[in-house]
Write a protein that binds this ligand. Structure first.
Ligand code: GDG
Length: 726
């Protein structure tokens, strides 16, 4: 039976040991709840680190047995691995860079080595249980290399990957010395998910600038696979939070809070200790509030929970000391006999206490400097069953993209946070309710189960799409069929595009001249009785004539503007005009002057703007601008603007490779027709040819052609097999 394997750094369980006996306590985290519906079913399984160092083999076996009963499988890490892989590369390299705090990042070779080794360790354990047909869903930044490592072992297996923290802009990501390896690892997945559209965009941008990949919209083509990259904002277990307010224990705790705080207004703040959470800035904003608005002294309390984390790491220890200091200063400065401005707790609380606080607090203040999503903001919203209360939310948290009815602030703008607190304290109830209702409907709909379902369904769809594409690839079977048809026919015509189809793509267009191997192949094919070979290219007729005029080939140049049969002379398509070139040339020249590396190619009846040597990103930007301008000028002139591979071409509409190819079919009655091409202009041929024709797109799967081949090497290989029957 097919199964699903969930993989994350931590298993959703807490293990505690007393006198050699281990007890397991399932964790209540949102992810564990959401994925619970998956990993607890049938023979599904969740693989990860149990969160505690267990060195003794017997103890490991004991714990493994206990874990297996609840569908969990451990990856034991040594102290060294925890230090270098987890604390080191994950938390001291990736975490700061991905949270835009690159100054805190350490780039240590030993961290990277451990990261690589531990990802391999995960792979080895997965390999013990994974079978063909299984689905693997990998989570988060500790395991970025894992998708690629599994793909290398099991090329057909379905892999999803979700990143819970932000993906930074290319400018930051490129700082990491092992950036290419990281991207290659991630691209082992079939579907990749991020919380926000910005993260998705950043990933696509980094991939296309660092690796030799093609990206179109949200699909990356890499190693002959299409990888889909999409946005899946993660939700919470909405019902659990909404219902928890009725729990007797929670009601009791709310009552206690009421007795403690009376009419004081409570501002709630909950975070793990981390420099990305903006805790110090939040304290400054609260201090400013008391300074500028003394009317709130004695009336407003900041209830601040900081959950201990990584506090052995110097930066975290410093942060903790600094928080202690600031809280002490503010309390000392503003406290009265009966009132403390800040109630500060450096520890974690049971879920019931959290829920009571969410229910009781007038305001929830969530101002991270950067946060993948931030679940606390959603938990507060879900808990507000009366639809009152105000959420103040940083625009740097992923959640701000969905919770647009919060008061959104820039966490660096201390004054704005202070003003937001004042606005929240004074917000009329109907306004609170209007905003809260909107947010509650979003959090309710996009809950954790919805998120899991959406991701898994999409992964299945992506796998289907990949299968369909694979079916179209010319494999051994289809190659045999093509050969059979070819050898069983008497009059054959083969249309061949040149650049990108018979030779590789060159940075310099003049460098792509034919090599002796290609000449030999074309000569041999052309000499076979019954064969008509037609070279059909966008190149100018002079070049095409110079390169191939001496062979037994028909030539179609400039997409059909110039044509020549084997023994004949060049002739032009009648009725074409080139007067428009005078008007459009200055527009292209302007683009060329503004864009280093770009150049114009002038043909008899077309103008081409090339940007293959332009800085990546800038070329595409200018090409878009130029396309828009050209479209404006070419309307009603009978011209066509064609975007191609790093080119924009303007030509007369009458010139069309499809029309040219069709006119060739009028010469004779062929019983075998084949066309191969890599460019957008070749699509016209694929569409124009009769249904029985064999059409093959080179290098890409998105095409009107029936089949595709990966590169010009494969084209040449297929053509070679047509030279003789054996
Ligand atoms: C990542 C990303 C992304 C907090 N204090 C206590 C406690 N908590 C619970 C909260 C909440 C969770 O911890 C924290 O959620 P965050 O959203 O801040 O996320 P992280 O787990 O740090 O990390 C983050 C998330 O993944 C999901 O993709 O949103 O951006 O960094 O659920 O309620 N729970 C209990 N006691 C506490 O004292 N019981």
């Amino acid at each position: 039976m097919r199964k699903t394997i969930i993989v994350s750094n931590r298993l959703p369980v807490k293990i505690s040991e007393t006198n050699g006996e281990y007890t397991l306590q399932p964790s209540e985290g949102g992810l564990a709840t959401g994925l619970g519906s998956i990993y607890r079913e049938g023979n599904n399984i969740w693989i990860g680190w149990p969160g505690q160092e267990i060195t003794d083999q017997k103890d490991q076996d004991k714990v493994t047995k206990q874990l297996r009963k609840i569908n969990l499988m451990p990856v034991y890490l040594t102290q060294d691995e925890i230090n270098n892989f987890y604390e080191g590369f994950s938390n001291e390299t990736l975490w700061p860079v991905f949270h835009y705090m690159a100054v805190y990042a350490h780039y240590e070779q030993s961290y990277w080595d451990a990261y690589y080794q531990v990802n391999k360790k995960f792979r080895d354990i997965i390999m013990k249980v994974a079978e063909p047909g299984d689905t693997i869903w990998i989570h988060d930044y500790q395991l970025l290399l894992l998708p690629g490592m599994i793909r290398a072992e099991m090329p057909e297996i379905s892999i999803g990957f979700f990143q819970h923290i932000p993906f930074p802009s290319f400018e930051l990501f490129r700082l990491i010395p092992w950036r290419a390896e990281i991207l290659e690892g991630m691209l082992g997945a079939d579907l990749m998910g991020f919380h926000t559209f910005d993260d998705t965009r950043h990933f696509l941008n980094a991939a296309s600038r660092i690796l030799p990949v093609n990206t179109s919209a949200n699909v990356v083509s890499y190693n002959d696979r299409a990888i889909v990259v999409e946005t899946f904002p993660m939700g919470i277990d909405y019902n659990k939070y909404a219902e928890m307010g009725k729990d007797p224990e929670v009601l009791q705790q709310v009552q206690n809070l009421r007795e403690n705080f009376g009419n004081d207004r409570l501002v709630l703040s909950i975070d793990r200790l981390d420099y990305s959470k903006g805790i110090l800035q939040r304290l400054q904003a609260f201090e400013l509030l008391l300074q500028l608005h003394p009317e709130y002294i004695g009336k407003v309390v900041l209830y601040m929970i900081v959950v201990p984390s990584r506090d052995q790491v110097p930066q975290y220890k410093e942060l903790r000391d600094e928080i202690d200091k600031q809280v002490g200063n503010i309390n000392a400065r503003f406290r009265t006999l009966a009132w403390h401005p800040i109630q500060y707790f450096y520890r974690s609380f049971p879920f019931e206490t959290l829920s009571a606080l969410y229910n009781f607090a007038d305001i929830c203040l969530v101002t991270p400097m950067r946060d993948g999503m931030n679940l606390v903001s959603k938990e507060y919203v879900a808990s507000r069953s009366n639809n009152d209360g105000v959420l103040i939310l940083s625009e740097m948290a992923g959640a701000s993209k969905e919770l647009i009815d919060a008061i959104i602030v820039n966490p660096n703008n201390i004054g704005a946070i202070t003003r937001a607190i004042v606005d929240a304290l004074n917000m009329p109830l109907p306004e609170q309710q209007r905003r809260m209702k909107q947010m509650r409907s979003v959090v309710s709909k996009f809950n954790i189960n919805h998120w899991v379902k959406l991701f898994m369904t999409r992964l299945q769809e992506v796998n289907e799409m990949q299968k369909n594409m694979l079916a179209r690839r010319v494999n051994q079977e289809t190659a045999v069929l093509i050969r059979q048809q070819y050898f069983n026919s008497k009059k054959r015509i083969i249309f061949l595009d040149y650049d990108g189809t018979l030779v590789g793509f060159q940075p310099n267009i003049d460098q792509a001249s034919p090599d002796p191997d290609l000449y030999q192949l074309l000569r041999e094919l052309a000499s076979i009785p019954g064969n008509d070979l037609v070279m059909i290219s966008g190149r100018n007729h002079e070049t095409l004539g110079e390169w191939f005029g001496h062979l037994d080939l028909d030539l179609i140049a400039e997409h059909g503007a110039w044509q020549k049969t084997k023994s004949g002379e060049w002739y032009q398509l009648p009725g074409l005009t080139d007067k428009w070139k005078k008007e459009l040339l200055p527009i292209m020249e302007l683009a060329t002057d503004r864009t280093p590396g770009s150049f114009i190619e002038e043909k008899s009846y077309s103008l081409v703007w090339h940007y293959r040597k332009v800085e990546s990103g800038l070329g595409e930007l200018r090409a878009n601008e130029l396309m828009n301008t050209l479209r404006y000028y070419t309307v009603e002139k009978g011209l066509q603007v064609l975007p191609g591979d790093k080119v924009i071409e303007v030509k007369n509409v009458e010139i069309n490779k499809g029309k040219a190819a069709l006119s060739w079919l009028n010469h004779k009655k062929y019983d075998f027709i084949m066309a191969m091409g890599d460019d957008v202009t070749d699509e016209d041929i694929f569409k124009a040819l009769p249904h029985k024709a064999i059409t093959i797109k080179v290098g890409s799967q998105v095409s009107a052609a029936q089949y595709y081949l990966r590169s010009y090497h494969e084209v040449r290989h297929l053509l070679r097999t047509l030279r003789n029957r054996e």
